[in-house]
Design a protein around this ligand. Structure first.
Ligand code: PLP
Length: 425
């Protein structure tokens, strides 16, 4: 216990924080919000862009599609351009559209139609919706997903070895490898460049789900030649519950036929000619489907401007510093004899924006934290996910969360909660 670092160590780390000015622009309920990897909080900036679009709707009505400074008709392309620096892509390669799950459907479907092998390589720690969508796409092409969805197995239940991914490419000859950049439970950051290169060496396409990294980790999708990617707008991007998602298609694949075609993906110049022949846009915009949901997109504009202002490299640097601090504090607890452990890789290059704290009573520990105003979430069987987000959390916030954890473990305060497992918390 005596070895638990004092609050002052956190304050020292906060002293030169280049992002400290952003926290006041978020509205966060009392306590500690450590769940930005599930749902980012509201900011003044996001609210302002949403309010502006509501005003445009009121004042301009249908003319909103054409008349505002940011016309709704090209708003998805505009937000795509604003997102491009976060993922390291050209503006034309990114658009906001649909939901993440729908984007997996349309992109995996599109590329299944292009490749020779109908097998998709995934992993057994994936977020479930990714498998549901891919299985459906494989099935719709007349193949048995039990045979053609191959999941690389984790050795330790936490992480996926890139070596195993490469070995599985050789063993199963997939047409596509589709992996998360960051695993949603353990927070492991996979080596996107290495996997992409290994895939391309074997004539395999590489796609990634960036849901747990976009807005926390900088990416270089174009630079490393990733073929396609998807991500959420409501996690680290703070776009609001159910916000419009994003997608990236490498320019090499412009002109492929979208699996789920719709008029919003039509070439913008002639979209309103209402021709019954679908002429897809010449860029990533082609993978849009229906009308851009303006009210689920507008908050993202203000939020993306904050990222423009902050710079994604600075965001990533602070994120690494926050998670390193958290790892150190949890290590101090386990050295002091508490039954908790860090389930996230310790190498910052292999870590996304959150830390998985493992404890046999993780479920009840997460309830005890929440009772003390610390918002975290529980992921079965034994993980409390703690996510300090660079734009609104400080090292001192992290310290306070670890200090609450210390008190809870010290007093076995979690024992007052029912042991009933299951469900999302
Ligand atoms: C959050 C998340 C999703 C969510 O998909 P929606 O379509 O927005 O519900 C998908 N995949 C991963 C890996 C996620 O973390």
């Amino acid at each position: 216990m005596t070895d638990f670092p004092p609050r002052r160590t956190a304050r020292e780390l906060d002293r030169d924080d280049p992002l400290s000015r952003f926290a006041d622009r978020f509205e966060i309920p009392d306590g500690q919000y450590m769940d930005g990897n599930s749902l980012g909080p509201i900011s003044e900036d996001a609210e302002r862009s949403l309010d502006r679009v509501v005003d445009e709707w009121r004042e301009l009505g249908i003319r909103g599609w054409t008349d505002p400074d940011e016309p709704w008709f090209t708003y998805a392309e505009r937000l795509g351009s604003m997102t491009a620096p976060l993922v390291g892509a050209d503006e034309a390669e990114v658009v906001v559209a649909n939901s993440t799950t729908v984007n997996i459907h349309t992109l995996v479907g599109t590329f299944l139609d292009v490749v020779d092998s109908p097998t998709v390589l995934v992993n057994d720690l994936d977020f479930p919706t990714d498998h549901y969508a891919i299985r459906a796409q494989v099935r719709q092409r007349g193949y048995d997903p039990d045979e053609h969805l191959i999941a690389v197995e984790s050795r330790d239940g936490r992480t996926i070895e890139e070596d195993d991914v490469v070995a599985a490419m050789d063993e199963h000859d997939p047409g596509i490898v589709f992996l998360p950049s960051v695993l949603y439970r353990s927070g492991q950051l996979l080596d996107v460049a290495r996997i992409t290169e290994a895939a391309h060496d074997r004539g395999i396409l590489a796609g990634f789900d960036l849901a747990h990294s976009v807005g926390a980790v900088d990416h270089d999708l174009s630079g490393v030649g990733v073929d396609f990617a998807v991500w959420c707008g409501y996690k680290y991007l703070n776009g609001g519950p159910g916000a419009i998602a994003g997608l990236y298609v490498n320019r090499e694949h412009f002109g492929e036929t979208p699996a789920l075609a719709g008029w919003w993906g039509h070439d913008k110049e002639t979209q309103f000619d209402m021709n019954l022949t679908f002429t897809p846009a010449a860029d990533a915009g082609a993978w849009q489907i229906g009308t851009v949901p303006m009210l689920s997109a507008a908050p993202l504009e203000g939020s993306l401007r904050m990222f423009e202002e902050a710079g994604i490299e600075t965001v990533r640097e602070k994120s690494v510093s926050l998670t390193t601090h958290l790892v150190d504090l949890v290590d101090a607890l386990s050295e002091a004899g508490y039954d908790c452990d860090v389930g996230t890789p310790r190498d910052p290059d292999r870590r996304g924006g959150h830390v998985a704290v493992e404890h046999p009573e993780a479920y009840r520990v997460s309830l005890a934290l929440k009772e003390r105003g610390v918002v975290v979430d529980y992921r079965p069987p034994n993980v409390v996910r703690i996510c300090p987000a660079p734009l609104y959390n400080s090292h001192e916030d992290v310290w306070e969360v670890a200090d609450e954890l210390r008190t809870i473990l010290d007093e076995a305060a979690y024992e007052q909660f029912d042991r009933q497992d299951g469900g999302v918390t």
